[in-house]
Design a protein. Structure first.
Length: 81
């Protein structure tokens, strides 16, 4: 009842002649890296701009700190009188 049914005359698999081909050498593609002068210039300009912005932030922070100290000392003198 639950047994598999096999065909009466099984057909043999087709016969294909197997030929061994010479294995082709494996060639991995080498990535081409080309750096143009425009890319180098863009990186240099970006670095200069970022450095200038960092220097501007540092100068601003120092000036705010100095102004805070001066105002604090002025206000302290006003409260003492």
């Amino acid at each position: 009842m639950f047994l598999p049914k096999y065909p009466d005359s099984p057909t043999p698999p087709p016969a294909y002649p197997r030929t061994v081909a010479d294995p082709a050498p494996v060639r991995r593609p080498v990535p081409q890296i080309s750096v143009s002068t425009g890319a180098v210039a863009a990186v240099l300009v970006g670095g200069v701009v970022l450095t200038a912005l960092l220097a501007a932030v540092a100068v601003t922070a120092v000036s705010v700190a100095v102004a805070t100290v001066v105002l604090r000392s002025l206000l302290r003198d006003q409260h003492r009188r």
